[in-house]
Design a binder for this molecule. Structure first.
Ligand code: ATP
Ligand code: MG
Length: 581
């Protein structure tokens, strides 16, 4: 239960409302305790002589009491359930806010589906403790105490007899509740497997069709689907057994009370009216007994869920401004230097980069060329600190990178990652992402520089075309160019382009490269590419091989020198000549 402690601060702002809600529960419960007594008294009163006056009086009294009880029941729900939703809202906002601050590496080691489950199911379970658990818990305490006091007042022996079966109700609820919960989790788990399968199948529809895997896919789905029904069957079995069992336990209690109570009436120890009142109170005790078991289960679930949510809150954002940061730095000129830099991915055996010594002057453009897996993307990710460089190995404007405020660092640069990501909104909003108040003119110009003009005129609504989930309605090359336009619009001091034209045909690439040449002056540009055409645009070229710099120089120098770059150059020349034939 200690796991629920982190939830306390979330209750604090709503203390007043919660107190009010609890007050409403108490009033409703107290009024509920009055009805059995009115009925009992009416029976005793009307037993000998029935007058319409008395009937009316008791009738009105009952209606009045029930009305007040109803109003306060309504109020209690309105107040407490709304409050629990508010608490859920605050918690969810904090959860999402915290996710926004965590670094990239954390997400790579945490499955998205798992995070979604914590943000939905677990939050829901925690909410239950805030609303329903408080509501039923308080109600149980007030009703049970009140009813027992009145029952003892009527007849102590009879109350003790009645009490024998009640704890059984709580025990049965607790046992069944636990079992039902476990089975319910299994059903939920199977359902998320099923959804994941469908989601993957739909997302990968091209691959499935191309590899003629419809039938195996259908079989795999059918198996999961059947498993879902099987899991549900177990759940139904326990659910179905639960009610009759509770009713039987309760029935047993009522039967003993009926036998013993009947004898007490015959002996004249209690009146018929008192007996009826007693039975009604007994009836009122049943729900609180069921509720005790239920509330305990709710609390256990909430504690487990809060534990899972807390694990995420406990993850500390690793890439943040440290104590060494110099807040006065609010501008960068764009010089970048790597000094004997080594980088190793967590858990990797070999470093992805080692001994990288590289000095890029402000305003210089540098191409990074190398075989696939040679470390180009890794190198580029270090500059905006998407990956964390070790201390003393990376400098911007000759300042150790950790001293530069993250916000300044990232605002000074625009990154076009190798894997483009578009949001499911319009092209305009995708391009203007992160730039507030961008004018149509600026957006159009960025799109134009990224070579999107002819595509835009072909789209039905131009810049207002919605691109679908992750930009599904665009071609690979179009997506890359939208991502490029997004970076260009930011007008950054440092431009980082990670193989951002790999899906564009040679001719379009040439157009864009020509445009980029207009954009490059005055900025530091790091451009990773497999293509010589892009590399030769840059002032210098660094050739990466197996995480180390193999050669550094101008295009002409490297071609003259021989080695990886010259090989690549000759091969691509040959390809061009062949294509031209
Ligand atoms: P490409 O031309 O295919 O884009 P690249 O030069 O950009 O390749 P990197 O992505 O930098 O290569 O990868 C360099 C090395 O680091 C590779 O051996 C790769 O397997 C490894 N690597 C990349 N990302 C991770 C990661 N998140 N965790 C562990 N290792 C990684
Ligand atoms: Mg790469």
């Amino acid at each position: 239960m200690g796991k629920l402690r982190p939830l306390l601060p979330y209750f604090r702002p709503y203390r007043g409302r919660i107190t009010l809600g609890i007050l409403a529960i108490v009033i409703a419960a107290l009024f509920g305790l009055v009805t059995p007594q009115i009925i009992g008294r009416a029976i005793d009163d009307l037993k000998d002589q029935i007058s319409s006056d008395a009937l009316l009086r008791y009738g009105l009294l009952l209606v009045g009491v029930t009305l007040v009880q109803g109003v306060f029941s309504f109020a209690q729900r309105m107040i407490l359930v709304t409050t629990s939703r508010r608490i859920e809202e605050d918690l969810r906002d904090d959860f999402h806010g915290h996710l926004q601050r965590l670094h990239l590496g954390w997400f790579q080691s945490t499955p998205t589906g798992d995070l979604m489950a914590r943000a939905t199911n677990d939050l829901q379970a925690v909410r239950m403790i805030a609303g329903p658990a408080i509501m039923y818990g308080t109600n149980t305490i007030v009703v049970a105490t009140g009813a027992l006091i009145f029952m003892f007042h009527i007849h102590v022996g009879l109350t003790l007899v009645a009490l024998c079966s009640l704890p059984l109700v709580a025990v049965v609820t607790k046992i069944f509740g636990e079992r039902i919960h476990v089975l319910f989790e299994a059903v939920q788990g199977q359902f998320s497997d099923l959804s994941a399968k469908v989601q993957e199948n739909l997302a990968g529809v091209r691959v499935v069709r191309a590899y003629v895997q419809e039938e195996p896919e259908r079989r795999a789905f059918a198996q999961l689907n059947h498993g879902y029904v099987e899991r549900n069957r177990d759940l139904i079995k326990w659910n179905a057994a639960f009610r009759p069992l509770i009713q039987a336990t309760i029935g047993l209690g009522f039967a003993t009370v009926l036998g013993f109570g009947g004898k007490l009436i015959l002996d004249g120890a209690i009146t018929v009216g008192e007996f009826v009142t007693f039975q009604l109170f007994l009836g009122k005790l049943v729900w609180p007994m069921v509720a005790i078991g239920w509330v305990i289960n709710l609390a256990q679930r909430a504690a487990a869920s809060m534990g899972r949510i807390q694990q995420v809150f406990d993850a500390t954002p690793e890439i943040v401004d440290g104590p060494e940061v110099r807040p006065e730095i609010d501008h960068l000129d764009g010089a970048i230097s790597f000094r004997d830099l080594e980088f190793r991915y967590p858990g990797a055996e070999r470093p992805a980069l080692s001994g990288v010594d590289l000095r890029i002057a402000a305003g210089e453009t540098l191409a990074i060329v190398g075989r696939t897996g040679s470390g180009k993307s890794t190198l580029l990710s270090l500059v905006p600190r998407l990956l964390e460089p070790a201390a003393g190995q990376l400098f911007v404007d000759d300042i150790e990178i950790h001293r530069v405020p993250l916000a300044t660092l990232r605002h000074s640069m625009a990154v076009v990652p190798q894997e483009t990501f578009l949001f499911s909104t319009t092209l305009r909003e995708n391009i203007a992402f992160g730039v507030e108040g961008a004018t149509d003119e600026a957006i159009g110009q960025a799109a134009s520089l990224a070579g999107l003009d002819s595509d835009l005129s072909a789209f039905p609504s131009g810049l207002d075309t919605v691109v679908g989930e992750r930009g599904i309605t665009l071609s690979g090359g179009q997506k890359q160019r939208v991502a490029l336009a997004r970076a260009l619009l930011r007008d950054p001091q440092i431009l980082i382009l990670d193989d951002c034209l790999s899906a564009v045909d040679a001719q379009t690439e040439e157009t864009i490269l020509r445009n980029l040449r207009l954009v490059f002056p005055g900025r530091t540009v790091l451009l990773a590419s497999h293509r010589i055409a892009a590399a030769r645009l840059c002032d210098r070229v660094a050739v990466l091989d197996d995480g180390a710099i193999e050669a550094l120089g101008t295009h002409d120098q490297l071609v003259a020198r021989g080695g990886i770059y010259a090989d690549l150059h000759h091969r691509q020349q040959l390809e061009e000549q062949l294509a031209a034939v």
